[in-house]
Structures are given as C-alpha cells and as structure tokens.
Design a protein around this ligand. Sequence first.
Ligand code: F6P
Length: 555
Amino acid sequence: MHDSVSFNTLNHQAFRMNTPDFHLKHLMKAPGRLTDFSLGIPGFFFDFSRQRLDSAIRTTLNDLAKETGAAKKFADMAAGKQINVTENRAALHTAARGFLKPGLKPDEPQILSDIQTVARNIRLFSEKIHTRRLTGTRKKAFTDAVVVGIGGSYLGCEFVYKALKAVQHPTPETRSPTSPCLNLHFLSNVDIDNFGQILSRIDPDTCLWIIVSKSFTTTETMANLAQVQAFLKRHHLNPEDHLVTITAKGSPGDDPANPVLASFHMFDFIGGRYSVTSAVGGVPLSLAFGYDMFERFLAGCARMDRHALEAPVEENIPLTAALISIWNIQVLGYGAQAIIPYSSALSKLPPHVQQVYMESLGKGVDNNGIPLPCPAGSIVFGEPGTNAQHSFFQLAHQGPAFPVEFIGVLTPGYTGDQATSKGVDNHQELWANLIAQTQALAEGRNHEQPAKRFSGNRPSSVVVIPDLSPESLGLLLSFYEARSVFEGFVLNINPFDQFGVELGKTMASGIRRQMADRNAGKVSGETSLDPVTAFYLNALFKGRIDLGIGDQKNR
Ligand code: F6P
C-alpha cells in the first residue's frame, strides 16, 4: 500500500489539512457536509462529517481501496479462499451466520453442513436445558453457566450477553424465579480472585461450566479448568453432568475418554476473535436468551456482511471506516482511537473491538514479510459515555489528539417512566452530551485565558443504531469485524494471525517451571535467573517485598 499512487497522493493532500481553511469548524459549515460524508443502511448510520477530510481526499481513499483490491480480498475471504496466508487457512466467520458466497469453493457444501449441524445441536441442547430435560447430578434444573475462556474465546460473548441482559428489565411482578434462562458468568483471567467471586454467586448443583478453547492448551483456561474439576470433585458432582466443551476437532479437549455433558466444535476456518457467531457465542447466548434470540443476532451480522461484500467502494460503510482509519493513522499520524458508546449496555463493546482490531492489525510486516514503513493499526480504548467524559476526555480535548468514534442508540431498552431534569429525560441528556462532544472536539473555542482555550479540529465519527435489539448488535459486531479486515486488506497485512502474543507466553513457561520446582521442593536452576526475576519470585514465595534486596548478591 505504501508505494501505491493513491497513498502518495494522500500524503500530498495531507499538507492542505494543516492550513486554517481546513479546520473542522470551517469544513462543517459547507452545505451538504452531512449528506456527503455519511452512509447508511436500514438499522445502521455512519456519520464521518467530522473527520478531517474533503471530497478530494475521500476520492483518493476510494482509489486506494480499488488499487489495493480490498473488495476482491473480502470476496475471496467470504468465498473461503485461504486468505489467512501465514497459517494457510480460510477465514470464514461470515459463513457462521448462514452467509457464504455460493459457488466458489469445492468443499462449500461440507462447510455449510458442518456449520448447520453445530447450529442444530446448539438449538437442541439449549432447548433441553430450558425444558429441564437435562439436569445436573442431583436432578436440579440449571440456573447458571460459567463461560471459561479467554481472549476471542470470551470477549465477544461477554459483549453480547451484557448488552442483551442490560435491556431486560423485569419488574418484581414479571421477574420469574422459574425462568428457564440461565445467568452467565465469565471466568477468563487466571487470577484466583475471579474464580472466588464466581463461586460466591452460584449454586454448585445448578451450575454448568462451559469450557471454551479452540486449542485447549491455553494456559489460563487450562488452569481454570483444573479449578473447576477440583471444585466439582469437592462437591461430589459429575463432570458428565456439569461440563460442556467448545473446542476444535481433535484438540486435547475433544477426547471421548473424558466424557462431558455436551461438546461442540469450533472450526479451523474461524479465528478466535471472529468466533462470537460460532458455538463460542452460540452455546452460552442460547442458554441465556434462547436460540431464537441468537439467530436474530446472526441475522443482524449477515445483513452487514452482505453489505460489506456487495456495496460499491463509495457506499461501503465498513470499508469507508477502514479507509478513514488508514487516513488518520498512516497519513495524519494519530496513534490511538477511542470507541465511546453512549449506552451502558454496550460497555463491553470497546474491549471486544480492542481485541478484534489490535490483534488483527498490530503487525510489523506485510504479507510479503517486508517491514511496514509506519505502524499498522493503533491503540483502541474506550468506555461508555458520559462516564468517559469524566475520566479521560480532558486529554481528548486539550491533550494529544486522537479520533473518537461515538455510538448512539436511538431508543433505550428501558420503557418505564422517566422523570425529567432541566426539561429533558435521561436518554435525551445522554444524547445532548454525545452531540455536544462531537461539536466541542471539532470546533474548539477561543478564550483570553490560555488554559481555557480549545484548539478543536479533533476528528470524530458517529455510529447510530436504532435500538439494542439482537439484530442491531449483530450489525455492530459485523461492522467492526469487517472494518478491521478491510483495514488489513488495504494495508496488505494478515488480519487473521496473532504471532505477537507468543513471546510472552513462551517466557511465562520458563518462569512457571521455576515456580513448579520450588513448589516441589527441588533445588531450582535459580542461579541462571536474572536479578529482577529472582526478586519477584522471592517476593511471591515469601509473601513480602524485601526492599533493597533485588540485586544478585542478596538473593
Ligand atoms: O490471545 C491470543 C489468543 O490466541 C486469541 O487469539 C484467542 O482467542 C485466545 O488466545 C484463546 O485461545 P484458545 O481459544 O485456543 O484458548
């Protein structure tokens, strides 16, 4: 990408952006600014009128997409080609929502039938749990399920669960103690306090444990599984009644010698961070809300998938968002971006997008192994508004600038009475803040006192969804997936591998060995440890920090 004609043109066009005429407060005054710099499909609106670009730059960005073949690569992906070039795999998360570009792949019928079989099994399993045809060891109905997994094996599911759960508002009259829907809990971190907290919220007899790991070797998940197995044993509960596995065919967890209540397969052609719409999200979300609700979520994803595949470059929402991101990072040089949903229900969207985006785009070389001249991707972070305004927005307004993506929901889940304060209800207050923030960032303000001056000209976009229905959440999820994938395609990097997480894992295994040796009372090879590592090991085993003894001679 970096040696393409369009990228070169963009760099020239960027000079203009530093002239006063191109300050956002002027750009925003152009007639038709919103019409020209926004896109929409039913259920999803994307406004990028407050991004630092004009029509000429937009045209060059579209040329860049065409020059780099982004749309063709997306079509190849949806058709099951081996687009994950470093791991020689397809990336077919779109197929999980019943959407696969037909006729392009010889083994397509098999892929589709495998996906359908898993989907059917998820439906049957959740129905059996809900109708109490499957019960625990002591024949009590299940009330809770703990999802044990990390990274892509949990973040997306947690986002959707928390969003759907937040808009269920049962009143004391409608709240049923006999509801067949299960409460979900998430055990991801290896921190034993997480496990302890979950234990305080569940009844061992009525709890299902869903172990989600594609590899079934991830250290954190395996350590937590060991806790779960010991816990079941302590309570004289049978794993065959309480354990469910979601893993790849042939993984160490896919072992008939260790029978479980139910097991579901994850496919080689769906990567962890893109797996919410596979069994990874399907099993827990169906247990929590019923399979029909999950299917509505899939339908929302499929709608955005189809748009991403079929819309021309100029009208393609996730592709446009990806191009703007490239403009902001690669040309204007912003090193971070924030995702701020003005909806508490979407509180777990930023961490999910953080993984999808940063694991997909945090790469140092292109698909030919050539180092990138400037970093791909950027830091993604976020919190719901208005809370974010009262934590890090000071820096957003007067510190180093970064683009912000605001997400607004037109209708909240809560339909009860609302009091008004200062003439508006809470939902209107939320929107007043969202709108004001985009204005303030763009326009800034002059003031005689330097500390009260705002430079403005800080870019932002706004995504609007009508509500928090499963369909809307599906549109949102698929938008961020497609946007990340498109950005990788334009940059000519592989958005589907994650070799960057390996080094830390490898180093942890050496340290773990040292700890295990000490636990076993063996004289370990401590002398080979560097002084800082030795200091931390000593502190951990002694349970105290001996100040001033971090150096070698005092060990
Ligand atoms: O964080 C790295 C990662 O490999 C993710 O990509 C993946 O989603 C997660 O770990 C969990 O992997 P697994 O499903 O194999 O336990």
